[in-house]
Design a protein. Structure first.
Ligand code: G3H
Ligand code: ZN
Length: 287
């Protein structure tokens, strides 16, 4: 099954695929194992930073090996790549999809840069899915005290369905990540803002491509369900994975005599798997 087919299946069922980021083999094993238990496809993401740490070629090889060992539908996405040269490396390495992120630029420039990226990346691999991002959805997957000042999440600051239609038509992206009140990261002293479900519906009606919800960590189950019903077909989770990974490591490192990495990392794997399982059940309509 290709990623395009997996998304089409999700669309028919009215559910979403889960996308989870990794920086190491422990998180990768946790995600693949959770998806295997639930018998659902899953997307592994590496941001530019994560991909630099793991290495683009190594990440592609690890996922390829996982697929041939398990026979599962596991896909690999280059997440928020802002550097076209890096995106080209990911395309050559065999990634299934690439998010070319020019969202920090004004609309015209975003369209121009994304259009060029789509052309260049599809020349390398015509089957690659290229995702574009429209509007502000925050920076990285961090634990923040508060919602960042200047976060453009009010209705007037979010992209309109008309912006979305124009962006998709002019750039030729296969997938669209619109800002709909979602923000990367989690907030220690604040709840995630509510998602603008009506805007999701209107953008979904305006464009022909599947929608992707970023900044999933901290979003309530209820908001997830509504966003998926309104047309989101992929949901991204990263901060929750990072928090779980850290908790697992902390637990394992309590024993000062434990020095075997292969006995320490499984604790992180266990905690990450719990998060992924819970999220995948919800996204797949299994709860
Ligand atoms: O692309 C990555 C995601 O959008 C992660 O967002 O850290 O808020 O879950 P999150
Ligand atoms: Zn994201």
């Amino acid at each position: 099954m290709t990623l395009k087919e997996a998304i089409a299946q999700a669309d028919e069922k009215g559910i979403a695929l889960g996308h989870f980021n990794i920086s190491d083999i422990a998180a990768l094993r946790a995600i693949v194992s959770a998806a295997g238990d639930l018998e659902v496809p899953v997307i592994i993401g590496t941001s530019e930073g994560e991909a630099e740490f793991v290495d683009i070629e190594v990440a592609a090889k690890m996922v390829e090996d996982m697929v041939s060992e398990t026979g599962q539908a596991v896909f690999l996405n280059a997440d928020h790549f802002r550097d076209l040269e890096k995106a080209k490396e990911a395309a050559r390495a065999g990634y299934d999809s690439i998010i070319f992120d020019a969202a920090k630029f004004p609309l015209e420039e975003n369209i121009e840069k994304t259009k060029e990226a789509v052309q260049v990346l599809k020349e390398i691999n015509p089957h690659l899915l290229v995702e574009g991002e429209l509007g502000y959805i925050g920076e990285s997957s961090k634990l923040l005290d508060e919602i960042p000042e200047g976060a453009k999440i009010d209705e007037g600051a979010l992209p309109t369905p008309e912006d979305a239609r124009r962006y998709v038509e002019e750039t030729g992206v296969d997938l669209l990540a619109p800002a709909v009140g979602n923000l990367h990261g989690m907030f220690k002293k604040a709840q995630n803002p509510d998602l603008q479900i009506d805007l999701v519906k209107r953008i979904n009606d305006a464009v022909e491509v599947p929608l992707v919800l970023h900044g999933g960590s901290g979003v309530t189950d209820d908001d997830f369900k509504k966003a998926i019903d309104a047309g989101m077909r992929i949901v991204h989770i990263n901060t929750e994975i990072r928090v779980a990974w850290r908790e697992g490591m902390k637990e394992a490192l309590k024993d000062p005599n434990q020095i075997a990495p292969y006995k320490i990392f499984p604790e992180a794997e266990k905690k990450v798997k719990e998060v992924v399982e819970r999220r995948l059940k919800l996204f797949s309509g299994l709860v």
